[in-house]
Design a protein around this ligand. Structure first.
Ligand SMILES: CC(=O)N[C@H]1[C@@H](OP(=O)(O)OP(=O)(O)OC[C@H]2O[C@@H](n3ccc(=O)[nH]c3=O)[C@H](O)[C@@H]2O)O[C@H](CO)[C@@H](O)[C@@H]1O[C@H](C)C(=O)N[C@@H](C)C(=O)N[C@H](CCC(=O)O)C(=O)O
Ligand SMILES: Nc1ncnc2c1ncn2[C@@H]1O[C@H](COP(=O)(O)OP(=O)(O)OP(=O)(O)O)[C@@H](O)[C@H]1O
Ligand SMILES: N[C@H](CCC[C@H](N)C(=O)O)C(=O)O
Ligand SMILES: [Mg+2]
Length: 479
C-alpha cells in the first residue's frame, strides 16, 4: 500500500508513493518494506532507533522532526497518534466488519468482558476477546501480554478476528491505551463504563486526568454507551449523553436497575423489571458487571430471554473471587483486587459469607501508584478480622519498604502481621483458618508469576500455592 494512503500528511511529499508492506514502532520488529514510527517514549526516544531501523530495511520513517537518514520520511506532530489510523488502513479497516464492544473503568473490565462474550456466544455470534487474562481470536485462545496492545498489534489482531470468522469483538480498553492513542481508529458498536476509583496515579497526573482518558472512549462515536450511574464519574458521563443506557443498583433513575440483589458463595441473583437473572459470580459488584453486560448485549439486539438463559452459564474469569477447595472446613478465595475500591468490595462481599473470621492476605505492586498502599492497609485492617500483609509484584522496589507503606495506613496493628514471602503468607493464612472462616488472597488473581527487580519473574500462582497449603492440612500425614 502507498504511504500516502496510510498517512495523509505524506501526500505531495517524496514519501507519498513509497510502497509499505508492514508497520513497526520498535526497530527490532523492522523488516524490508516496513514503515517505522519513531515514538517519543517515557524512557527512550524512538528517533534514536531510526538508524537501526534503516539498517534493517525500513522503507520510510514517521518522525516529529527531520532526521535525514537517506530514506523517505513523513514529519507529523504526534507520531503515536499517527499509528492507529495507519494500522487500520493497512489492515483494511477491520473493525468496520466487527461489532466492537469496548469496556473501560478502573475495576470490572475483565469480568464484564467475559460476561459480554458469553452472552454474544450464546446468541450464536462468534466473538473475539482482548483483555488482561487472554485473547481469543477466531476461536483460538492465548494468554494476554497486555490489557490493550499498541495500535499496530491491535489492528492486526482485529484483522485476524475478521478473517477467522468473528463477527464481534469484546475488548478491555485501559486508560493507558486511551491516553497513548492505542485505541484510536476503531469503529465502536458499544462503549461501556464500569467505574472510576484510585489507580494508576503513577501514570495519570490526577484523578481528573485519569477520568479525561477514560472519557475519550465516550466521544469516539460509539453507536451505544452503557454507563454505571451509581459511580459519580459515570453520572458525569451520562449527564453528557442523553441517549446513554444507564445502569445501577442504587440509582432509581437508571435504565437498567437491579432489584432484589442477593448472593452467596456460588453466585448472585437479581431482578430487572419482571425478568429474574442469576449469574455464577458472587458479590454486589458482579451484579453491576452483569448489568453492564446486559446493557451491551441488548444494544447489540440480543433479547432478554437469551440473556437470562445464558447468564447462569457465563464463563468465570480465573482469579476473580475464585474458590480453592480441598475439602477444608473454611473458604479460600483468590481475587485480583489490587486497588482500594476492589479490596473494599471483595472484603465487603466476603463478610456476609463468613460465619467465623475473615482473613485477608494482600500486598501492593512495586513501580505502581504508591498512594494506594496505606489506603489498602486501612481497608483490610477495618474490614478483615486478621490481615497478613505480604508482597505482590515488588518489581524494582524493596518489598519490605512497600509493606512498610501499607502498614502506615493502619492505626491499630493488633490483628495485623507482615510476612514478606507471599508463599509463607498464604500458608500462614491457611494454617490460621478454622471452621466457618473465609480467607481472601487478593491482588494477583490469575497471574502466573511474581515479578522482582530487573524484570526477573518467578513462577507463582496464588491458587496453586493455596491448594498445596490446604493439602498439607487436609491430607492425612503419610507414615
Ligand atoms: C506506560 C506505558 O504504557 N508505556 C508503554 C510505552 O513505553 P514508553 O513510551 O516508555 O516506550 P520507551 O521504552 O520509552 O520506547 C520508546 C519507543 O522506542 C522503541 N524502542 C525502544 C527500545 C529499542 O531497543 N528499540 C525501539 O525501537 C519502543 O518500542 C517505543 O516505541 O510504549 C511501549 C511500546 O509500546 C510499551 O511497551 C510501554 O508499556 C509498558 C511496558 C507498560 O508497562 N505498560 C503498562 C503500564 C500498560 O500499558 N498497562 C495497561 C493496563 C493497565 C491497567 O491495569 O488498567 C495495558 O493496557 O496493558
Ligand atoms: N464492578 C466492579 N466494581 C468494583 N470492583 C470490582 C468490580 N468488578 C470486579 N471488581 C474487583 O476488581 C478486581 C479486578 O476485576 P477485573 O479483573 O474484572 O477488573 P479490571 O478492570 O479488568 O482490572 P485490571 O485493570 O487490573 O485488568 C476483582 O478481582 C474484584 O475484586
Ligand atoms: N494491570 C495492573 C495489574 C496490577 C496487578 C498487581 N498484581 C500489581 O502487580 O500491582 C498494573 O499493571 O498496574
Ligand atoms: Mg482487566
Amino acid at each position: 500500500m502507498q504511504l500516502q494512503d496510510l498517512i495523509p500528511a505524506a501526500a505531495g511529499t517524496e514519501a507519498a508513493g513509497v510502497d509499505i508492506a508492514a508497520l513497526a514502532y520498535d526497530d527490532r520488529a523492522v523488516a524490508p518494506g516496513t514503515l517505522f514510527f519513531c515514538v517519543r517514549g517515557f524512557t527512550r526516544d524512538g528517533h534514536d532507533f531510526a538508524p537501526a531501523a534503516v539498517e534493517r530495511g525500513a522503507a520510510a520513517l514517521v518522525v516529529d522532526h527531520a532526521l535525514g537518514l537517506g530514506v523517505p520520511e513523513v514529519v507529523v506532530g504526534d507520531v503515536r497518534a499517527a499509528m492507529a489510523p495507519a494500522a487500520a488502513a493497512l489492515q483494511g479497516d477491520p473493525t468496520a466488519a466487527l461489532d466492537v464492544v469496548g469496556i473501560t473503568g478502573t475495576n470490572g473490565k475483565t469480568t464484564t468482558a467475559y460476561l459480554v462474550r458469553s452472552l454474544l456466544t450464546a446468541a450464536g455470534r462468534q466473538t473475539g476477546l482482548l483483555g488482561t487474562v487472554q485473547s481469543v481470536v477466531g476461536g483460538v485462545a492465548s494468554p494476554a501480554i497486555r490489557t490493550t496492545p499498541e495500535a499496530i498489534d491491535l489492528q492486526a489482531t482485529f484483522a485476524d478476528m475478521r478473517d477467522g470468522g468473528d463477527v464481534a469483538c469484546v475488548m478491555e480498553v485501559s486508560s493507558h491505551a486511551l491516553e497513548l492513542r492505542r485505541a484510536d481508529a476503531i469503529h465502536w458498536a458499544v462503549a461501556v463504563f464500569t467505574n472510576l476509583t484510585q489507580d494508576h496515579l503513577d501514570f495519570h497526573p490526577s484523578m481528573e486526568a485519569y477520568f479525561a482518558a477514560k472519557q475519550r472512549l465516550f466521544t469516539a462515536g460509539a453507536r451505544a454507551a452503557v454507563i454505571n450511574v451509581d459511580d459519580p464519574y459515570g453520572r458525569r458521563l451520562a449527564d453528557a449523553d442523553p441517549d446513554a443506557v444507564t445502569y445501577g443498583i442504587e440509582s432509581a433513575d437508571a435504565v437498567l436497575r437491579a432489584e432484589d440483589v442477593r448472593f452467596d458463595l456460588r453466585g448472585s441473583s437479581f431482578r430487572l423489571g419482571d425478568t429474574a437473572f442469576t449469574l455464577p459470580l458472587p458479590g454486589r459488584f458482579n451484579v453491576l458487571n452483569a448489568l453492564a453486560a446486559i446493557g451491551a448485549a441488548r444494544a447489540l439486539g440480543i433479547d432478554d430471554a437469551t440473556i437470562a438463559a445464558a447468564l447462569p452459564h457465563a464463563a468465570r474469569v480465573p482469579g476473580r473471587f475464585e474458590p480453592v477447595e480441598e475439602g477444608q472446613p473454611f473458604a479460600v478465595l483468590v481475587d485480583y483486587a489490587h486497588t482500594p475500591d476492589s479490596l473494599e468490595n471483595v472484603l465487603t462481599a466476603a463478610r456476609p459469607l463468613t460465619a467465623g473470621r475473615l482473613i485477608s492476605v494482600f500486598g501492593c505492586g512495586g513501580d505502581r501508584d504508591r498512594g494506594k498502599r496505606p489506603q489498602m492497609g486501612e481497608i483490610s485492617a477495618r474490614l478483615a478480622d486478621h490481615t497478613i500483609v505480604t508482597s505482590d509484584n515488588p518489581r524494582s522496589e524493596d518489598p519490605a519498604a512497600i509493606i512498610e507503606e501499607i502498614l502506615r495506613g493502619i492505626g491499630d496493628r493488633s490483628a495485623v502481621e507482615a510476612i514478606e514471602d507471599r508463599h509463607a503468607a498464604i500458608e500462614a493464612a491457611v494454617r490460621a483458618a478454622g471452621p466457618g472462616d473465609v480467607v481472601v488472597i487478593a491482588g494477583k488473581g490469575h497471574e502466573q508469576g511474581q515479578e522482582f527487580a530487573d524484570g526477573h519473574k518467578v513462577p507463582f500462582d496464588d491458587a496453586t500455592v493455596a491448594r498445596d497449603a490446604l493439602r498439607q492440612i487436609t491430607e492425612p500425614a503419610s507414615s
